[in-house]
Design a protein around this ligand. Structure first.
Ligand SMILES: Cc1cc2nc3c(=O)[nH]c(=O)nc-3n(C[C@H](O)[C@H](O)[C@H](O)COP(=O)(O)OP(=O)(O)OC[C@H]3O[C@@H](n4cnc5c(N)ncnc54)[C@H](O)[C@@H]3O)c2cc1C
Length: 184
């Protein structure tokens, strides 16, 4: 039986498969607490600035819309909090004017530079190589469906319950752009 290789290397994909344009994109997330009561809310984004926030236990996470390719380190972009994130939060939710910054971190999004969408399926140049990458900051949310669909493709030769051929490797190799404009 032929061995199957699945490349799920996230933002390091291009190091293994040069023709797949998935690269590291640094993003910073801040943790804040708010002394005032704020009604419950889901993950919420401010489209005018790109700032987003969501509850995290008794605190909140708030993300900066500024991203950096070719970053040299993963030091959080602390200045973004004062200059951009806090003002945007306070404008939308006045109680957030009294926010206190309690932490923050930076990490790499697995950015598909072609169009910010996932790249999933069989690599047409190889007999036995499959890919699941390029989720551009949405990989945790998409993982259950991607895992199921890719399992179906590998074990039966086609998608059975979830057709994700829109994310095909061919689309990326042929530069068929399906741009996702909203990347949190
Ligand atoms: C700050 C931040 C916030 C995020 N928030 C969310 C969110 O709220 N919701 C959401 O859905 N997603 C979010 N994401 C995105 C999510 O984390 C990624 O989309 C997801 O982790 C991608 O999963 P993956 O398994 O494809 O890749 P990864 O989790 O990056 O895993 C890739 C693995 O491959 C390994 N690897 C790489 N190269 C090689 C090699 N040559 N040999 C062997 N192993 C190798 C790496 O060590 C790593 O363990 C966030 C990301 C960041 C940075």
């Amino acid at each position: 039986m032929q061995k199957i290789i699945i490349s799920a290397a996230g933002c390091w994909t291009k190091e293994l498969l040069e023709d797949i344009p998935v690269v590291p994109q640094k993003h910073t997330v801040f943790r804040v607490k708010c002394p005032k009561h704020v009604p419950e809310m889901p993950l919420t984004g401010d489209l005018t600035t790109g700032v987003y926030w969501r509850p995290e236990g008794k605190e909140y996470l708030a993300g900066s819309p500024i991203s950096v390719f070719d970053a040299n380190d993963l030091e959080p972009a602390w200045n973004d909090f004062e200059e951009l994130v806090w003002p945007a939060l306070a404008k939308r939710i006045p109680a957030f004017e009294e926010l206190k910054l309690t932490g923050g971190w930076a990490g790499y999004y697995d950015c598909n530079k072609l169009d910010n969408n996932a790249v999933v399926g069989k690599h047409p140049k190889y007999d036995n190589v499959y890919i699941a990458t390029g989720f551009t900051g949405r990989g945790l949310m998409q993982a259950p469906g991607i895992g199921r669909a890719l399992t179906e493709l590998i074990t039966t030769g086609s998608y059975q319950t979830i057709d994700i051929s829109a994310f095909s490797v061919e689309r990326v190799l042929n530069s068929e752009v399906r741009h996702e404009p909203y990347v949190l």
